[in-house]
Design a protein around this ligand. Structure first.
Ligand SMILES: [Zn+2]
Ligand SMILES: [Zn+2]
Length: 76
């Protein structure tokens, strides 16, 4: 496989992701999993990005809410 994978920007968390790693055009695998139940990527982080899907660990406030994490972690 050539190294020129197409990179998109997630509509939800605004992270970059590899288009061929997600089943949704506008969502990274992480958000597609949380929002729509698509298979989760078992992220492997290298240099701040997942080498499998390209996600950089971003999460929108809505995603954090769905995951039950506080939008502001400063209190904890
Ligand atoms: Zn996302
Ligand atoms: Zn991943």
């Amino acid at each position: 496989m050539p190294g020129n994978r197409t990179t998109r920007i997630c509509d939800e968390c605004e992270s970059a992701f590899f288009s061929d790693a997600s089943r949704m055009n506008g969502l990274c695998p992480q958000c597609a999993h949380v929002l729509y139940g698509y298979p989760v990527c078992e992220h492997i982080f290298d240099n701040g990005r997942c080498v499998k899907c390209g996600w950089d660990g971003s999460a929108s406030a809505y995603i954090r809410f769905l995951l039950g994490k506080p939008a502001s972690s400063s209190q904890y």
